[in-house]
Design a protein around this ligand. Structure first.
Ligand SMILES: Nc1ncnc2c1ncn2[C@@H]1O[C@H](COP(=O)(O)OP(=O)(O)OP(=O)(O)O)[C@@H](O)[C@H]1O
Ligand SMILES: [Mg+2]
Length: 450
């Protein structure tokens, strides 16, 4: 789906002086403006061109701005239209909004009010185009994308790597922070390998008490130890011909590391309390949060056995385009009456640093989908992991820069009581950049006017 990235707008105004000055102002504000004298001359171009907003006077010779709006909406219902009405023409303004105008502006108007409104209209339009494009992507998921969702370049590359590695029957280590999707990657490796008809057996090394580890992995015979009332097949045997997934392998007790190494070397397993060996054919996929060689207690010989191929999952913060996509996916999973994230919700999603990665995002999306009255910002500020603003440790440089930028803009807008040209001058910012930043940080000029 085409996504409009340029700020291309059509301006329709019959008065040559007003048209010329408005065009000049909007050009200066950074918009790419094409102006027209009448609705009739504008219509052909609007249908052929990818404008992302239309600004039209209501009273025009020939067809009116309202007629123009109706015709444009018939072809492209989502394009935002800002109408300029005569002073005090309240009836007309109400009618325009009812018929689907994005907003109306009364003559005479402050040029800043017009450019602010156009910026909002464009942001709204683009956000709705992006939403449609994400919906299209989610409805047409194919193959591995159905399980491992993501449109970012790193996720596309990762899926290709998984396809390649899945077919080479070697052991693999997956690195990535908590909640990044390491287990999803391990499942994909299994699903797309020749072992897929056999079991995928996850073992969370961080969650098994040390005393139970051996019996969990190797199984036991009746009476092998106190409490062993029944014979039990261990995970290693269970994973025979399939895939064994060691999650948090860095937490595997030292004594177990020696035993697992022996299993890899000899391809045999002995249940606790038995002398009989069972042959096993295993593929071991391990997951760790940080390089295993940085863990002095992790045996190097085991590491070199397991480390035949490696895959790396970047944190969610490094693949921001996936955050909105995954958010839409999880809200739809939680509630089919999809609640759509507003612009403010999206900004909150994009400026958060996601210490819990995709798992945390999924939980936020679930809460959002199930409670119509709560915003993403409110959910995030109640997250236990939200960093304390006075304690910036662990917050990425980009996030700290953004929060600083927002603070500077807020203070400057406050000092100049919302006068945009003074803020532009003090901060030496072009209007377009300032508009974009104000939108990004949800700063509204009206909040600063006395
Ligand atoms: N790319 C993705 N597409 C769809 N769902 C995902 C994706 N990545 C993660 N998830 C979902 O996010 C949650 C956490 O993923 P997973 O359990 O694989 O993370 P992990 O890296 O193994 O976490 P941990 O380090 O805590 O073990 C799961 O519900 C998983 O289904
Ligand atoms: Mg995991």
């Amino acid at each position: 789906m085409e996504v409009v990235t340029e700020q291309k707008i059509a301006l329709i105004e019959d008065d040559p002086v007003v048209r010329h000055t408005t065009q000049q102002w909007l050009d200066l504000a950074g918009f790419d403006v094409q102006s027209f004298e009448t609705a009739e001359t504008a219509l052909g171009s609007i249908k052929d061109n990818s404008f992302c907003a239309i600004v039209s006077d209501v009273r025009l010779p020939g067809q009116s701005g309202l007629d123009l709006m109706q015709q444009v909406k018939a072809v492209n219902p989502s394009i935002p239209i800002v109408l300029i009405t005569g002073h005090g023409d309240v009836d007309m303004a109400v009618k325009a909004l009812q018929k689907g105008a994005f907003d109306f502006i009364e003559k005479p108007f402050e040029p800043e009010r017009l450019s602010d409104t156009i910026s909002q209209a464009i942001a709204h339009y683009q956000s709705s185009k992006h939403w449609k494009s994400r919906q299209h992507y989610l409805k047409n998921l194919q193959g591995m994308e159905q399980t491992l969702i993501g449109q970012s370049a790193v996720m596309k590359e990762l899926r290709e790597q998984i396809h390649k590695v899945a077919n080479i029957d070697t052991h693999v280590i997956i690195y990535g922070d908590t909640g990044c999707g390491k287990e999803v990657v391990a499942q994909c490796l299994h699903q797309y390998s020749l072992r897929s008809k056999h079991a995928f057996v996850p073992v969370n090394c961080g969650a098994i008490p040390e005393t139970l580890f051996e019996s969990e992995l190797f199984g036991h015979e009746i009476g092998a130890f106190t409490g062993a009332a029944k014979k039990r097949v261990g995970k290693l045997e269970f994973a025979d011909k399939g895939t064994l997934f060691f999650d948090e392998i860095e937490s595997m007790p030292a004594a177990m590391q020696v035993k697992v190494l022996r299993v890899i070397q000899e391809n045999t397993v002995e249940r606790v309390g038995s002398n009989q060996s069972h042959h096993v054919n295993l593929r071991i996929i391990s997951a760790a949060k940080s390089p295993l060689l940085n863990h002095p207690e992790f045996r190097q010989d085991l590491f070199y056995r397991l480390n035949v191929a490696q895959l790396y999952l970047p944190p969610l913060k490094e693949r921001e385009e996936d955050a909105l996509l995954l958010f839409d996916h999880f809200t739809q999973q939680a509630n089919s009456n999809t609640r759509r994230a507003s612009r403010a919700d999206q900004d909150a999603l994009l400026s958060y640093h996601w210490p819990g990665n995709v798992r945390e995002l999924r939980n936020v999306a679930m809460r959002f989908a199930l409670d119509d009255s709560v915003t993403v910002g409110e959910i995030l500020s109640s997250q236990p992991t939200t960093p304390n603003p006075t304690k910036q440790q662990g917050v990425s440089l980009a996030i700290q820069m953004q929060s600083f930028e927002k603070k500077v803009l807020h203070e400057c807008l406050n000092r100049h009581h919302g006068c945009i040209s003074d803020v532009m001058q003090e901060l030496d910012l072009p209007r377009r950049t300032l508009n974009q930043k104000m939108l990004k940080y949800a700063l509204s000029r009206s909040d600063y006017i006395d």
